[in-house]
Structure formats: structure tokens, C-alpha cells
Design a protein around this ligand. Sequence first.
Ligand SMILES: *Cc1c(COP(=O)(O)O)cnc(C)c1O
Length: 395
Amino acid sequence: MLIVTNMMQNETIIALEQQYEVGLYPKRPLAIVRGEGARLWDAEGRMFIDCVGGQGAANLGHCHPAIVAALQTQSSHLISCPEIFPNDQRATYLEELADALPFPARIFCCNSGAEAVEASIKFARLLTGRTRIIAAMRSFHGRTFGALSATWEPKYRQPFEPLVPDFAHVPYDNMEALAQVVDDETAAVLLEPVQGEGGVRPASPGYLEGVRRLCDEHGALLLVDEVQTGFGRTGRLFAIEHSGVTPDMMALAKSIAGGLPMGVVALHERHGVLPPGSHGTTFGGNPLTCAAARAALRALIDEELPRQAAEKGAWLLAQLRSLEAPVVREVRGLGLLVGLELKQRVQPYLGALLERGVLALPAGPTVLRLLPPLVISYDDLGTVVAAVAAVLRGT
Ligand SMILES: *Cc1c(COP(=O)(O)O)cnc(C)c1O
């Protein structure tokens, strides 16, 4: 038997990344080397309950057996295949995803959330012949120039100005503010059904319906960014299904392929096809990610993960709301997208949670965000609640 002698320690891994990376990411003081379901292990074998959930990419949990099997099988058949050639995995996935979408659609495949948003902005300009895109304050849509132009946070935007022209931002969840800017020059309104990075803010009932009517009055398109809310996270397969709204386009990524990098734009079929050659990407629709995405979609549906997210999320929200911690201003969420708005900066609490074996995320400076894999057990959720209670009370 081979004895593995070159196991790297946390400190070695951390030091190497620090030496060679360009330094963009504030790093946590541990190196993750293995995952299973909602649990992660560092290089020294310490176990953590994962409420980061791959920043939204791990709805199915880590190393889901169906994803592992799909990758093993497909990687021995075909890994890359540009879209100029039809492919069995891609063709089948397109049909399966189209069947699962809440509206009849054609699908464009790309490789990330920002790319999906980027494509939907370009498609909106192509389809309408107009340029103006309206997005929301506190929105997050990604870091490429088009997606960044739609993103609100000044600290992400300002170092890179000038951005793409003709973007505007209005307060989220506010019909009057939107009605003042949408007009017959508007190409599209771009919104998250629940703002994620912007602090975990679900839209009020009726808001998206109002946005849809306003867009229709002016011939503007409605683009929804479901990169974080899609694939079961909020308790439905897609968050717009909580409303009756049909968008013109939906951007999806993060958990689409069981953790592999992939994004798509679902374009309502009433818009037909786009001009050949007007957009594209080399890795889009490659057989390996399409095989993983097929397995991910099947597992989400077979294991009823959207329903599980709804039930576990309701339980978690109730538990967190009953914590008597004076530092908590508000607990918000939909499904297993949960945020605790604090009266103080969140960063020290994230460190304290890590010490207690729970990995969590911020959403802006004062919101503690919990984004566990939807497969998390009630036992682990209970451990998370106890750890959150202890750190918020400072005990
Ligand atoms: C994460 C995220 C993006 C960007 O996705 P990347 O894959 O990081 O480019 C876009 N929109 C929303 C709502 C997101 O949460």
C-alpha cells in the first residue's frame, strides 16, 4: 500500500498562495482539501460545517456521488467540443433544462455568472436596438465590464471607471423609483429576485409583477439574475417561481453543474434566434460540464432539494429569529439563503464562527450570510444555530 507522505499542512498551502497569487482575495486562515455533503475538511483533518456553500456553487453538497460518477464517465468519452459541433451531452442537457425552466426558452451556454449576465445585457441590446440598462442599488451581477456596470457597489466600480455607458441604478423593491426611469429608450431592467451580496433582501410580493407590467408598457425587456437564487436555493427550483412572472431572460450559474464552472442564459422563445456570430465562447456547452449539469439537475429534482431548502430554510429562520441577541437588527431570507443583519461589522463574527467549526459568509459589511448546501442535515443546522447564538452573545 502506498503511504502518502507529502500531505501538505495548512501553513504550507496558505504560504504558497500568499507568495504566488495576485492578492485579490482576503483569505481565511485554513486550507480546504476535502468535502462531503455539507462538511469540509482542512489539510490537518479538522471538520467544518459549510455555510459558505461554494459561495452558492454547492447547492448539491460537496462531491455529490451523481456528479462524481458523471465526471468519471464523461471524462473518458469527451471533454471539449466547441459549439460548432453538436454534442450528445449538450443536446440532452438543453432539452432537460428547457423542460425544467418555468417558461419556454432557448439556451446560451457559457462558463460563469458574470458571463451569463454579460450575455444577457448584450442580447437585450441586440433584440431591442436600445442601449439603456436599469439595475438596482445594492445589486451584484459580477466583475466583467458589462456585469460590473450593472453592479452597484462603488468600491467594485470606481477603480475601473469609465464603465460601459448607459447604465442607471434605482432603489431595489421600489416601483415608484423604477417607474420614473423606465421609458421608451430602456433596453432592459436587470434584477435579482432576492439580492444576495447586497445583504440578502427578498423582493416584496407584487414587485416583480409590477416590474413586468412596466417593462411591457415601454417595450423594455425584463432580465432576472438567478445566478445565486437558482437551482433550489430559495425553496423553488428558480426564485421567480415564487411570483407569477415570466422574464425575457434569466441568467444562471453557480450551482448549475454541481460545482463546475458553467453559466447559461435562458432566452424566452418568443425572441426567436440571435444573429449567427454575434456572441460566443470557446468553453461554452462543453460535454464535461454539460454531463455534470445533467446529473446536477436530475439530483436536485429527484432528491426534492427545492422543497428541502424551503423546509430547512423556514426552520433555520425561525431558530435564528428566536435567538435573543441584542446585536441582531433583523433576520431575513428565503429558503436556505439567510442573512442576519447586525448592528456591528460582521467580520469578527465570521472569525469566531470559524473557531467553532462553522464557515459562513458576509453579505456587505454588517450582514452574516448562511448559504449551506441544500443537503445539510438538521443536526448540522442545529450545530450552526448553536454556534451563531454563542458568537452573537459573545459566550
Ligand atoms: C456570484 C454572482 C454573480 C457572478 O457570478 P460569477 O460566476 O462569480 O461571475 C452574478 N450575479 C449574482 C446574483 C451572483 O450572486
